[in-house]
Ligand binder design. Sequence first.
Ligand code: AMP
Length: 360
Amino acid sequence: MIKPYVLAPGSKIGILGGGQLGKMTALAAAGLGYKTSIFCPDPDSPAFICCDHALIAEYDDETALKMFADQVDVITFEFENIPLKSAEFLSQYRPLYPAAHILKITQHRLYEKDFLNQINIPTTLYISIKNDEDINNARSFTGFPAILKSARMGYDGKGQISVQDYSDLKKAWDQLGQVESILEAKVNFLCEISVIVARNIHGQIECFEPVENIHKHHILYETRVPASISDDLKKQSLVIAEKIAQELKLIGVLAIEMFVVEDQLLVNELAPRPHNSGHWTLDASYTSQFEQLVRAICGLPLGSPKRHSNAVMINLLGDDIKKWQSFLQDPTIKLHIYGKTEPKPGRKMGHITKVFPLEK
Ligand code: AMP
């Protein structure tokens, strides 16, 4: 029998990445009595305010990575674009959750969509574009109008270009710098939803319910819970999330973004970390997504993902943060400020969650 793995409070969690997700994970870890060490190249990282130890170094600096591993008992990350090689390097010394094989899939839009289709989870129609021959073959692609996305390093709409028809494709690919890309049919969705699933070291799985997401300029603007979708779609979304977690042998949390197209769900993207669309869980759920991550990787039982209030979460992008005092006038609004230095346009500076009583 495998000895159950439990890291007791007082142990140290290493977090790669020092943004708001790292900060909120460190706060949840502290709430359960864990220490944290945060590794990030940016000396102004918001997460440094609330960790036990900060390590400022580049993600591919193996000397610094080894020092980091030596300091901690388990390692996680708050964004999925850390170099795969660094994740594999760290895994030699300490458990890294979610594991490097999950990062490999989720860092690459084509691997991700291929994986989903292999396990019979529907996605939008897509093809790979990596050379002139692929561009030629795309003549027979039936998914126009489409979106060309770079396979790697894309988030919040970065590295994405709309392609109306075949004649636009070559120019769009040139604009992306001819990098390995995916051409996806543009989906006419009714709405966008996401589910966050957690799986711990012992295989226990819990899902937060699906939430509805509204994007502006490809960046998440608002999350509403409960989502205004049918019970049947809610069930389908949870089945999909559990299946993905099982197939990946996830340890940690994973967000799954989906498009609602009539009575069907298409999976758009996976993120193996806490997710912006899960911020509502801090204020309206028995367990937050950040606490769930800590529980999952430390081998604790997962907490209840049930919502105790309804909620609307709104991101404070760029100068929105300047209105912070006005949000405090409403005592049912929870204000979260990340502590970033410069409010650049579109930059996630904080969020508010308005909580409402559950409907009877
Ligand atoms: P992504 O970076 O793939 O999460 O895309 C960001 C946002 O762009 C999504 O949340 C959608 O609002 C939109 N989007 C991405 N892919 C598609 C698609 N194939 N069809 C329609 N809208 C899309």
